[in-house]
Design a binder for this molecule. Structure first.
Ligand code: PEP
Length: 250
């Protein structure tokens, strides 16, 4: 059985002090949580170390929102996988649509980062998702398959079994427009089928597939009850402890 995973993508929000307050509140709210779902917090780089220290003695995990693929070097402004593991970071979100859209990240670059994550024992959360224009043109499934195939170049079956794929339709991110649970399930099922074709059935059954896009307490239960949805990548609603915890309990 796949354990569902709820990850909070804080994006470019929270000062260090605010991140500490938010983490403490989530920690407190989950103090007696049974751990049915895995929980991961992804704060900005400046707060990663503080958040990792705070959750160190709990079951809550920590992830980065991006990273470079090299371990060190002349890459001004970048953060390496080695630096992330050094502070106890276990996950990294790669290929978020905002990175693709605003920072020109390509499938090839994201694939290099994915390979670097595995080389450094960091679990990648690979984001894929179609635009509104692609959905309206009926291209969703073909686009998703192509994006996933490109992202997984040279990634082995064992690595795919351990990673997380986040299906995030761009039109649903930060817009308040959540995909209907059935729409999200249809694409997550297609993602799993694509993994089965690229690898094998066991790998497809093992990989965890999250849905992301305006998930909140009120729609979490519906989304998380879908057979091919193994969790949620949460943006806006992860910035308030009560909203985030409602999703975890959803
Ligand atoms: C995200 O940033 O990955 C996301 C899904 O954001 P939101 O929940 O705000 O739509």
């Amino acid at each position: 059985m796949r354990r569902q995973i709820i990850a909070g993508n804080w994006k470019m929000h929270t000062t260090r002090a605010e991140a500490i307050v938010l983490t403490e509140a989530i920690k407190q709210a989950l103090a007696s949580y049974d751990g049915e779902r895995e929980v991961v917090l992804c704060p900005p780089f400046t707060s990663l170390s503080a958040v990792a220290d705070l959750v160190g003695d709990t079951a809550i995990g920590v992830g980065a929102q991006n990273m470079h693929y090299e371990s060190a070097g002349a890459f001004t402004g970048e953060v390496s996988p080695l630096m992330l593991t050094d502070i106890g970071c276990e996950y990294v979100i790669l290929g978020h649509s905002e990175r693709r859209q605003y920072f020109g990240e390509t499938d090839a670059l994201i694939n290099k980062k994915l390979q670097a994550a595995f080389a450094n024992a960091i679990t990648p959360i690979l984001c894929i998702g179609e635009s509104l224009a692609q959905r309206e043109a009926g291209e969703t499934l073909s686009f998703i398959k192509a994006q996933l195939t490109a992202g997984l170049t040279q990634i082995t079956a064992a690595q795919v079994s351990d990673m997380v794929i986040a299906y995030e339709p761009i039109w649903a991110i930060g817009t308040g427009k959540t995909a209907m649970a059935a729409q999200a399930e249809e694409v997550c099922k297609a993602i799993r089928q694509t993994v089965a074709v690229l690898y094998d059935t066991a790998t497809a059954e093992a990989v965890r597939i999250q849905y992301g896009g305006s998930v909140k307490g009120s729609n979490a239960a519906d989304i998380l009850s879908q057979p091919n949805i193994d969790g949620a990548l949460v943006g806006g609603a992860s910035l308030k402890s009560e909203d985030f915890v409602a999703i975890i309990n959803g």
